[in-house]
Design a protein around this ligand. Structure first.
Ligand code: KIV
Ligand code: ZN
Length: 509
């Protein structure tokens, strides 16, 4: 079977998802999860776009092993030099350079002629090849490009030394049969195509990113660029878990495989959602909460008799925990450590200790601690790193006759501060005190609350989306107390907003 290279861009294109943003440490955690998942290439960022991105790419290149780490660069020398500066400490670094080739982009965005674009593309690849032979070139908006011109560019960049050529559907415009035909045409017309791996990078504006990527593989592409949970610019990118499981499940029809350790798909999906604050829709294929839930009586009956009646893949194959071992107040370190391992986390002894303490606190409040509870506490205590704002304590009073009041103590830039205030409900009171303390006044765009598990003692998981000066940020947190969960989610979003605002993109892709 032919192998398809999985190029993950969760940390670059995925981070461009509205409201998603990760600090350097969080990015490293996600990169380490991608290493466990056995992706082939991790695109860790766009080094010239911000000092934060540069640092993240550098750290990930140094720490992650067995995976090629890449960073994005436009065709300018400065971009490529900066990318190499970040990548050079890595085991197998790749420089990824790109320029748009469609008439719309060349004329309106770049204000360059096709010949000028071709020249820039070739010069960029040659410059990158001075640093490494592992160079990828992307023809941005390839789908809306003139095929003749696209083929000229592809031939020229391969001649200049590119070893991977990427054909992106930047605006998610293609239809699968059309995209497959386009890839076949590139493969057929470019004389030196055998010297490079053909890659695809699809956006999901029409909901076709995964089918388009699969059609491209059938036509000869051997690298798929994708993100965990399909997050990314606008409607997102090709979802990694969907492409991988389609190839694995339908190997009878699609005789291609990947190196992916599929049992890590679900834990990685949870991690990305918890770290970015971007929730996974319940009906999301492979990793959504309902992906393996059978609701209709006829279906339940069928599955009880024979799973194959309605299940084309098993929850175990993608790492959805089905282990009924639940934890409680009396569970010890050993059971907890086993549970953490089962859920796909690899924590150090110190981290297990920290998480165990949080687990004990939770078990004091809640009779049964489920897998989802353990996920939430690991996200909060281990995966999310302390940021500018931290809530130390919250006290609220509310009821039918009292004016809702909140007292909040926070650590802000290392200094402890405290305030009290009112609101028209306990959540409003808590949020307005947090705003006072942080001197931030974002607009609350969205607020959702879900119970993580069943039972009246369940933890509430709150997701908030806030906006300030056109910048969006998401926050997520869980607690047995819904007001505490709301306040923690709000603080998480404020930290994300700070981070997002610091990160000034020099380019909009
Ligand atoms: O969507 C796109 O075209 C991109 C390229 C930079 C690969 O993200
Ligand atoms: Zn993209």
């Amino acid at each position: 079977m032919d192998t398809v290279t999985i190029f993950d861009t969760t940390l670059r294109d995925g981070e461009q998802s509205p409201g998603a943003s990760m600090n350097t440490e969080e990015k490293l955690r996600v990169a380490q999860a991608l290493e466990r998942l056995k992706v082939d290439v991790v695109e860790a960022g766009f080094p010239i776009s911000s000092p934060g991105d540069f640092e993240a790419v550098k750290l990930i290149a140094q720490k992650v092993r067995g995976v090629q780490v890449t960073g994005l660069a436009r065709t300018g020398r400065e971009d490529i030099d900066r990318a190499w500066e970040a990548l050079k400490g890595g085991e197998n670094p790749r420089i990824h350079t790109f320029i748009a080739t469609s008439p719309i982009h060349m004329q309106h965005k770049l204000r360059k002629t096709p010949d000028e674009v071709l020249e820039l593309a070739v010069a960029a690849v040659k410059h990158a090849c001075r640093y490494t032979s592992n160079v990828e070139f992307s023809a941005e908006d390839a789908v809306r490009s003139d095929l003749e011109f696209l083929c000229r560019v592809v031939e020229a960049v391969i001649e200049a030394g590119a070893t991977t050529v990427n054909i992106p559907d930047t605006v998610g415009y293609a239809i699968p049969s059309e995209f497959g035909a386009m890839i076949a045409a590139v493969m057929g017309r470019v004389p030196n195509i055998h010297k490079a791996v053909v890659s695809v990078h699809c956006h999901n504006d029409l909901g076709l990113a995964v089918p388009n990527s699969l059609a491209a593989v059938q036509a000869g592409a051997r690298q798929v660029e994708c993100t965990i949970n399909g997050i990314g610019e606008r409607a997102g990118n090709t979802s990694l878990e969907e492409v991988v499981m389609a190839l694995r499940t339908r190997s009878d029809y699609l005789p291609f495989d990947t190196r992916i350790a599929t049992e890590h798909l679900y834990p990685t999906s949870r991690l990305v959602s918890l770290v970015t604050g971007v929730p996974v829709q319940p009906n999301k294929a492979i990793v959504g909460a309902n992906a393996f839930a059978h609701e209709a009586g006829i279906h339940q009956d069928g599955v009880l008799k024979e799973k194959l009646t309605y299940e084309i893949l098993t929850p175990q194959s993608v790492g959805v925990p089905t282990n009924a071992l639940v934890l409680g107040k009396h569970s010890g370190r050993h059971a907890f450590r086993e549970k953490v391992k089962d859920l796909g986390y690899e924590l150090s002894e110190d981290q297990v200790e920290l998480a165990f303490k949080a687990f004990k606190d939770l078990a004091d409040k809640k009779k049964t601690v489920y897998d989802e509870d353990v996920d939430a506490l690991i996200a909060e205590k281990i995966l999310r790193l302390p940021d500018r704002f931290r809530m130390e304590y919250l006290n609220v009073s509310s009821g039918t006759v009292t004016v809702p009041t909140a007292t909040v103590q926070m650590m802000i830039d290392g200094v402890v501060r405290q305030e009290a205030g009112f609101g028209d409900g306990p959540v409003d009171a808590a949020f307005s005190v947090i705003k006072k303390l942080t001197r931030k006044d974002p607009r609350l765009v969205n607020f959702t609350i879900n119970s993580i598990t069943g039972g009246t003692d369940a933890q509430a998981e709150v997701s908030v989306r806030i906006e300030e000066e056109g910048v969006l940020a998401n926050g997520q947190a869980a607690d047995t107390d819904i007001v505490v969960a709301s306040a923690k989610a709000f603080v998480h979003a404020l930290n994300k907003l700070e981070h997002r605002k610091k990160k000034a993109f020099t380019a909009h892709l």
